[in-house]
Every structure is written in structure tokens, then in C-alpha cells.
Design a binder for this molecule. Structure first.
Ligand SMILES: [Zn+2]
Length: 300
């Protein structure tokens, strides 16, 4: 077994409390969303300024509205205002893609406004024992396999993936609009995060991404949980990046280098342009080192 020389595992910790983001410091300014119409009543709300959370998806129309994720708790007023303006009133349904606080941070506020919250059973189970999560925002409807919304003439296929970015990650495929909200199974043009502490797995992450690529065509709009709205080629590039990072790290691990030695050698410096405030190159190095060594067969 390779010696990782340190028992500090803080680099692994997910952003379930939302606070990691602010401590990391990068985003400044007022939190704001920028809505983008994607056709057939489908919208994405991208980060316009500050750090309101992961990218939001929406379906609006005469029969009702569906929201996908809702950002960090600190931005709840901004997020409620932006989504209710689009919906023309309270939002009817909310799909929570996964358990992270930058995606479910306003669940309680939406529940209080009458929104019905939907998630995978595993996501609800994790949230129900998370003491940083306001239990008033727990999903009221759960699924264990695929589920489908039929609303406003649109078909929304809800597709879960086990043990990928977290214990369960759900994507939403807007069939007629040819849009996929990939949640955090897609970090576009930035290092991805695999949350081992919450059931994530690097091979499961890559396998899920490959399945999403299979579902998409060249015209599909792919909403990334973090990073700009992308397409099939950009998701394929994200898979290639993770494979390239693994291939760069593996020989050093096989040589018996410790985590600290690999960090000092900085083999991922060639990928520095993908660093961002949540995942620096050093943190990415530590996470992948751990994933390829003692974390390799760890999934829940
Ligand atoms: Zn996440």
C-alpha cells in the first residue's frame, strides 16, 4: 500500500455545507443569475456574477413549471425572485439532482412556497441525515429508477446514475427541446469533483458521462452543473481530461511516490488552465492520488 504520509483528508470533503466555496475566496460581487432561453419553454440560469450555486434548469408553460436545482442557501432571495419571475408565480415542481448544498440550498424556501420536491431515494436518504440541511426541504416524492414528467407538451426523462459524482446523480433530459441538464456529471472546461465521502466513484463518474454522451447528438444542449453551457463534444473533452489526468498520475503512483512527492512534482501543471476556485491543481492532484490508491475500491 502506498504511503500517503498524511491523515489530512480535508481535500476530499464535498461542499455539502456550502461554506467551502466562500472560504476558497474566488467569486466576488452580488450573486446573480442570467436566464438563457433554450427553446420550447426550457431555460438555463447561469451564474452571472458572484457565486449563487450550480447551474439551474427550468421548464415553464401553461400547465406548470419545473425547476432543476436551486443553488446555495445564501442566495435564496435572488434565486426565488429569478425563478418565480420566469415561472410567473410559485414554482410547481423541483427536481434535486444530487445532495450538494450548492444545488439544494434553497429547498426549504421552495417547499415553503408550495413547490413539490422530487429526488432519487438515495439523495433524500443522505439529506435526511445531513444536519447542515434544513429538513423542511426534504423531497416529498422519490424514485429509484427512471421517472418521467409530461408537462406543457414536453417530456422530461429523469435518469439516475449511482456512485458517480455522489451516491446518486440525476440528469434531466428534455426530449423535444433536445436539452440535457447533466447536473454535476458535467464540469465544463474546469476540473471535475468526485465526492468519495458521499458515495462518489471516479470510474462510475466516467461511466455516467459516457452514457450521457451516448444519449446526446451534435445539436444537444448540455447544461453543466458548473462551467458554461456546453455540447456533446465538450462533454467528451471532459471525459478525455479525466482520463488524461489518471494516465498522468498512474505511473508516479506505480513508482511508489507519496502524495506529497506527487504534489511537489506537480505533474498536473500541464492542466492548470482547468483550475478554479473550488478545485485547484494541487487539490485535484490530491483527490486523484487518493482515488487511485487507498480510495480505489471505496464506494458506498
Ligand atoms: Zn455537486
Amino acid at each position: 500500500m502506498t504511503d500517503t504520509t498524511s491523515t489530512d483528508r480535508s481535500f476530499l470533503h464535498g461542499h455539502t455545507d456550502g461554506g467551502v466555496w466562500d472560504k476558497a475566496g474566488a467569486p466576488t460581487g452580488e450573486d446573480a443569475w442570467k436566464p438563457r432561453a433554450l427553446g420550447q419553454g426550457v431555460y438555463a440560469l447561469e451564474v452571472e456574477s458572484g457565486n449563487p450555486g450550480g447551474t439551474i434548469g427550468m421548464l415553464i408553460g401553461d400547465e406548470g413549471s419545473v425547476l432543476i436545482d436551486n443553488g446555495l442557501h445564501k442566495s435564496s432571495a435572488v434565486t426565488l425572485a429569478a425563478t418565480q419571475e420566469l415561472a410567473g408565480g410559485p414554482v410547481d415542481f423541483l427536481i434535486s439532482t444530487h445532495l450538494h448544498a450548492d444545488h439544494v440550498g434553497c429547498n426549504a424556501e421552495y417547499a415553503a412556497a408550495g413547490t413539490r420536491i422530487v429526488s432519487h431515494e438515495d439523495t433524500r436518504r443522505a439529506l435526511s441525515v445531513d444536519d447542515t440541511f434544513d429538513q423542511a426541504g426534504l423531497p416529498v416524492f422519490t424514485f429509484n429508477d427512471r421517472a418521467t414528467f409530461h408537462l406543457n407538451g414536453q417530456t422530461l426523462e429523469i435518469i439516475p446514475f449511482a456512485n458517480a459524482h455522489t451516491v446518486n446523480d440525476t440528469i434531466v433530459h428534455f426530449v423535444e427541446a433536445n436539452v440535457i441538464h447533466a447536473g454535476d456529471l458535467f464540469f465544463n472546461k474546469i476540473y471535475p469533483f468526485v465526492d468519495l465521502d458521499n458515495g462518489g466513484d471516479i470510474d462510475g463518474f466516467i461511466a455516467a458521462q459516457r452514457q450521457i454522451i451516448e444519449m446526446a447528438n451534435d445539436d444537444t444542449v448540455l447544461i453543466a452543473g458548473h462551467g458554461p453551457i456546453g455540447n456533446k463534444a465538450e462533454l467528451a473533452a471532459a471525459v478525455d481530461l479525466l482520463e488524461a489526468i489518471k494516465a498522468t498520475m498512474q505511473p508516479l503512483i506505480e513508482q511508489g511516490m507519496s502524495m506529497q512527492e506527487v504534489v511537489e512534482a506537480n505533474p498536473l501543471s500541464i492542466f492548470e488552465k482547468f483550475a478554479w476556485f473550488h478545485i485547484t491543481t494541487e487539490r485535484m492532484t490530491k483527490i486523484v492520488y487518493y482515488l487511485l490508491t487507498e480510495g480505489k475500491n471505496r464506494s458506498s
